[in-house]
Design a protein around this ligand. Structure first.
Ligand code: PLP
Ligand code: COI
Length: 340
């Protein structure tokens, strides 16, 4: 039985659920991990995460499918990306089987927080690893903790599928490690200033351009871009300094194989975006959120769909992807994992 929650109005915020998973890396190995009731963490003052920010996270969702099963979407890709991130941050990689066990156990233990089919809401899962052992010289922590909790969420942007407004600022996406292939290269704290500034000026998000030339489109603080040309081709930025979004990769497969559309993954100059018919932000949290306008110092660019409704292709991509995630539409092999 689902909890009595106003699923339509929960937004994207944290609400503690019943159980979370904890595993520890000590003496050269990860233990088997277990569920715990306690949402709080007691940590040494000199822990690697506190001193040198040795930490990383992932994000994925569990949903109720059309036939009432609880399912996750491509969690193996989150596990693999987390392993890549760990390697870059000198964190011992969390084995894929342990990651998937944590996903299944947390979802099962919090089944009453998984929104019912048809509500549009999800149980957002947040796996993260942090250096929990004390370290004072600049070097990797001697101990690590992996945790995974769930929190029920609705739309990332408060208007749901109402188009959002972006602002281009002169801030770097902040990839101080010199790579964005992995979450490690993305410094989320460094991106908050630009995001907060955009909010304070009435925009929903900041749009990052490439740090080197400030001429190519990168991504936003938490999502990749997908554009649609006037002749219906999907264009998405190719860049080594953006996160390889699982949602974007899935939407491209859906557009190509299910909707029979043409795809171009290539550098996208900011100058050309005014020629596009539609623009969307894609990510686990954002799904695909339509963009209505982009503000830059030079000009305001409005996409033809306007500020009330998504464009037709964005809507189609949204419906098809969420349809696959809820098993209304047949999923490609291996995309859906039932939490049994
Ligand atoms: N870009 C950034 C910076 C993100 O943090 C995220 C979400 O984690 C994404 C893009 C979207 O990635 P995914 O579709 O794998 O959630
Ligand atoms: C996600 O889409 O899962 C993200 O991680 C984006 C954001 C909430 C950080």
């Amino acid at each position: 039985m689902s909890k009595e929650i106003d699923w339509a109005n929960i937004g994207f915020s944290y609400q503690p659920t019943s159980k979370r998973f904890v595993a520890v890396y000590k003496d050269g190995k990860w233990n088997d991990g277990e569920l715990t009731d306690d949402p709080n963490i007691v940590i040494n003052e000199c822990a690697g995460v506190l001193q040198y920010a040795q930490t990383c996270f992932e994000g994925l969702k569990a949903k109720t499918s059309k036939d009432g099963k609880i399912v996750t979407f491509r969690p193996d890709l989150n596990a693999k990306r987390m392993i890549d991130t760990c390697e870059r941050l000198c964190i011992p990689p969390i084995p894929e089987e342990l990651f998937l066990k944590a996903v299944d156990e947390v979802v099962k233990a919090n089944a009453d927080f998984v929104p019912p089919y048809g509500t549009g809401a999800s149980l957002y899962l947040r796996p993260f690893i942090y250096g929990s052992g004390p370290v004072i010289g600049v070097k990797p922590s001697p101990e690590y903790t992996f945790r995974l909790f769930g929190t029920p969420v609705g739309s990332y942007f408060s208007g749901g599928l109402k188009p959002i407004k972006l602002m281009v600022s002169d801030f770097d996406r902040a990839a101080p490690c010199g790579t964005g292939h992995i979450k490690a290269g993305l410094n989320y704290a460094m991106s908050m200033y630009a995001g907060q500034m955009a909010h304070s000026l009435g925009y929903d998000e900041n749009m990052y351009l490439d740090s080197k030339t400030r001429t190519f489109v990168e991504e936003t603080g938490g999502a990749n871009f997908l554009f649609v040309t006037k002749d219906g081709t999907i264009v998405t930025p190719k860049s080594d300094t953006i996160l390889p979004s699982i949602t974007r990769r899935s939407l491209i497969t859906v557009a190509r194989d299910v909707l029979d559309m043409k795809i171009e993954e290539r550098p996208v100059s900011f100058e050309e975006i005014k020629e596009f018919a539609e623009c969307g932000l894609c990510g686990t949290a954002a799904v695909i959120s339509p963009v209505g306008m982009v503000h830059s110092e030079k000009e305001d660019i409005y996409f033809p769909n306007g500020m009330e409704n998504p464009g037709p292709i964005t809507q189609k991509l949204y419906d098809t992807l969420t349809g696959i995630q809820m098993q209304e539409i047949e999923a490609p092999e291996g995309w859906i994992r039932e939490c049994k």
